[in-house]
Ligand binder design. Structure first.
Ligand SMILES: *Cc1c(COP(=O)(O)O)cnc(C)c1O
Length: 392
């Protein structure tokens, strides 16, 4: 135990100790924590569907029909007709032949990469890719080459230098902590020229970008040119789970070899039913998506005008870069005192010295609430010398 205590103290001393906050209401623009009301600006519930009546009804109907637990893993007794229905729906949504659903997005990335790649593979991975991609790469024992964030010169250079017999380029579609979009057209070009397999993680893009919200491949018009389209049901779709979509042979292979698919009890029928209904809403409710993008753009411009350091984001993820860890935490704490909840993101989630508040919007946020937030951000930003003000 001495070892653990030492490690724990080290985390505390470096200001990186994290505590959980327990929300007492549904995930929506306003939530209750410890009996107090907060404006929430950090959710991945982009379309505001977590508390949607239609989805709640889908869950309740499924519980009435199928009960609660799924009772088995997918290859034993845990596959239901609605699992099949969802996988067909995802394939249509992503414009592919087939799809496979995993229990979480994390398990999806780990399962895909570790079952396809082994020590004879070389994986080219964007430096800012999600941790679950990195873990999948490590588990596969492939040679991992990380290229500079969205830097196609660096990718080309590294592909030429390190390419092996079997190769994979993997990238987030939208980067979770920065909100920027991977240059898929260029990635596809490089991959095709060199006969390299491609994989895109669209956890933050599905439901947000592209035609009918189908993601970054559609946004860039490279549908059908990405070998493995990964996505999650836990963000815009307000449910849980992850998926891979692609050619039927690929999906059949994953069903027979991905260990995180095989050795885990399948998702409960209620969550599956929610995912099916959510995809239906995403495909048909264009207004909701456009509202979200408009609102995000409006807020981003306001924040930039105030003098905050906002990277070039075209999504509902709007990071306010602060830099130092302690100042970022202080900023977030001061906002909490004003009943505004924006999570502080620190290493190891982001590189050292780039700590930030990560704002993410929901389509259901009101401009009244956001205006209130802007006033507080400006005054606290000045108070902490993050933007020019009294002490500038
Ligand atoms: C959230 C996320 C995941 C993991 O998905 P979960 O369903 O939360 O496990 C994977 N990749 C990216 C880019 C993510 O943002």
């Amino acid at each position: 135990m001495d070892y653990i205590v030492k490690k724990l103290n080290k985390i505390k001393e470096s200001g990186l100790y994290r505590e959980l906050k327990y929300i007492e209401t549904a995930q929506s623009p306003r939530v209750k924590i410890n009996g107090k009301n907060f404006i929430l600006l950090g959710s991945n519930n982009y379309l505001g569907l977590c508390n949607d009546k239609r989805l709640k009804k889908a869950a309740i109907d499924a519980i009435n029909k199928y009960g609660v637990g799924s009772g088995g893993s997918r290859l034993t007794t845990g596959s239901y007709d609605i699992h099949k229905q969802l996988e067909e729906k995802i394939a249509a949504f992503k414009n592919t032949e087939a799809s496979i659903v995993f229990n979480t997005g994390y398990m999806t990335n780990v399962g895909i990469i570790s079952s396809i790649c082994n020590k004879d593979w070389v994986i080219f991975s964007d430096k800012l890719n999600h941790a679950s991609i990195v873990d999948g790469c490590l588990l596969s024992r492939a040679k991992l080459i990380r290229y500079k964030h969205c830097d196609m010169n660096d990718l080309s250079y590294k592909v030429n230098k390190f390419k092996g017999i079997n190769n994979l380029i993997v990238t987030d579609g939208v980067f979770s902590m920065d909100g920027d979009i991977a240059p898929l057209e260029d990635i596809v070009k490089i991959a095709r020229r060199q006969n390299i397999m491609t994989m895109v993680d669209d956890a933050h893009a599905a439901g947000v970008l592209g035609e009918n919200g189908s993601g970054t491949a559609s946004y860039f018009n490279v549908d059908g040119k990405i070998d493995i389209m990964m996505g999650t049901l836990s963000k815009s779709a307000a449910s849980e789970g992850g998926y891979a979509a692609g050619k039927r042979n690929l999906i059949d292979y994953l069903k027979n070899s991905a260990r995180s698919f095989i050795y885990s009890t399948s998702i409960s029928p209620s969550a599956i039913a929610v995912s099916i209904k959510a995809l239906e809403i995403i495909e048909n409710d264009t207004v909701r998506r456009l509202q979200l993008l408009d609102l995000s753009n409006w807020l981003k411009i306001k924040l930039k005008t105030m003098g905050f350091d906002i990277p070039n984001t075209k999504t509902p993820i709007i990071p306010i870069i602060v830099g130092a860890e302690d100042k970022t935490v202080e900023f977030s704490k001061r906002l909490l005192q004003e009943c505004i909840y924006i999570p502080a993101i620190r290493p190891p989630s982001v590189p050292k010295g780039t700590s930030r508040l990560r704002i993410s919007l929901m389509a259901t946020h009101s401009k009244e609430d956001l205006n209130e937030v802007l006033i507080k951000l400006e005054s606290i930003g000045k108070e902490l010398n993050i933007i020019g003000g009294y002490h500038a």
